[in-house]
Design a protein around this ligand. Structure first.
Ligand SMILES: [Zn+2]
Ligand SMILES: [Zn+2]
Length: 355
């Protein structure tokens, strides 16, 4: 089957249409792409901050929804099924996978990183982990659900791993593409959620979607920000220990603040990514009996529960997404690079882009 994608051949080089043949191996399926979300990671690849693992030219995009239209022998029964393609797919058979560490599988496949991704008409992926959707998508179109891969599942896994319980205090640093869902998911788990960002508009929006309190850290140094957050928590009658803190800004300032906020028996989840380095006193973790962990993607086995949470309304995508024709990819990447996209952009291949 012929696929048509929009690829880049060098950092910052203009995107160009390319055509390539897809023929599924017995364990693979071909998904006709309905929509593909534009993630911060794609922007990092395109602008040369990080190199993708596959050679260029490469079609980016790893937040994919679509319909299975072709399959190798093992997955023919999936043809016609509407699916979410997990952003990171482990092999399922290596020592990491067998030990239950599938997120660090050394043979994992991430579309738009290990091979051509979702800014295309079709994609070829392992059939084992695509997550089927039910017949009723509620208020959503199939393209809109693409952001479940990565943007929604990644914060879900981090909340799960933090051991968050009903009544806990959750602090989400960074109210952007991932943080908006981190806030909603923590609230759905029964937490009292504080959202922190440097953008009042983003914070205001989250008060209707799970944030019990918000704090704008712009203009604060670590000391004044920490004092303000402690005062806010005390005023709300929240405990001053055991906070679950989720760093989702992927910025040095956000990481510094998140680490600085760790209280006794606290937990810090590092979910956002930055190349910046920080100077930290790690012994704070020891002195506070605290926990810190990192989170890479989300294991495919969690996708069905996240799909349920979106379709039953516990997680709302609508205010935070906008669909665009795939042909708008160039200006959207430029806009995303300058932080000018108020909603996550979902790129939708148009009928005329089919080969
Ligand atoms: Zn991503
Ligand atoms: Zn593996």
């Amino acid at each position: 089957m012929l696929a048509r994608g929009i690829a880049f051949s060098a950092p910052r080089a203009p995107f160009q249409g390319i055509e390539y043949e897809l023929s599924p191996a017995p364990h693979e399926v071909i998904v006709q792409v309905a929509g593909c979300g534009l993630c911060h990671t794609d922007v990092g690849f395109y602008f040369g901050d990080v190199a993708p693992r596959a050679k260029l030219p490469l079609v980016l995009g790893h937040e994919i929804s679509g319909t299975v239209v072709g399959a190798g022998a093992r997955f023919e029964s999936l043809i016609g099924t509407r699916v979410i393609v997990p952003a990171v797919m482990p092999c399922g058979d290596c020592p990491h996978c067998r030990a239950g560490y599938e997120n660090t599988c050394t043979r994992q496949f991430m579309p738009g990183n290990d091979g051509h991704g979702g800014f295309a008409t079709h994609i070829c992926v392992p059939g084992r982990y695509v997550a089927p959707l039910p017949a009723d998508l509620g208020p959503y179109s199939l393209p809109e659900l693409s952001v479940i891969a990565d943007a929604v599942t990644t914060p879900y896994q981090s909340v799960l791993r933090s051991g968050l319980r009903r009544g806990d205090v959750a602090i989400v640093v960074g109210a952007g593409g991932i943080g908006t869902y981190g806030v909603q998911i923590a609230a759905a788990f029964g937490a009292r959620v504080l959202a922190i960002d440097i953008d009042d508009a983003k914070l205001a929006r989250l008060r209707d979607f799970g944030a019990a309190a918000t704090f704008n850290s712009r203009g604060h140094d670590l000391k004044t920000a920490r004092a303000a957050v402690r005062k806010l928590a005390a005023g709300a009658g929240w405990p001053d220990f055991g906070w679950k803190i989720f760093e989702m800004s992927g910025s040095a300032a956000g990481q510094e603040l998140a680490f600085g906020l760790i209280p006794p028996s606290g937990t810090l989840a590092v979910v956002g990514f930055t190349l910046a380095r920080l100077e930290l006193r790690l012994s704070n973790l020891m002195a506070l009996d605290a926990t810190c962990f990192g989170n890479w993607g989300c294991a495919p086995r969690h996708y069905p529960e996240v799909i349920r949470m979106v379709l039953d309304g516990r997680i709302n995508l609508k205010p935070f997404i906008q669909t665009h024709p795939l042909s708008r990819i160039q200006p959207l990447f430029e806009q995303a690079h300058h932080g000018g996209l108020p909603q996550r952009a979902i790129l939708v291949p148009q009928p005329q882009e089919q080969p």
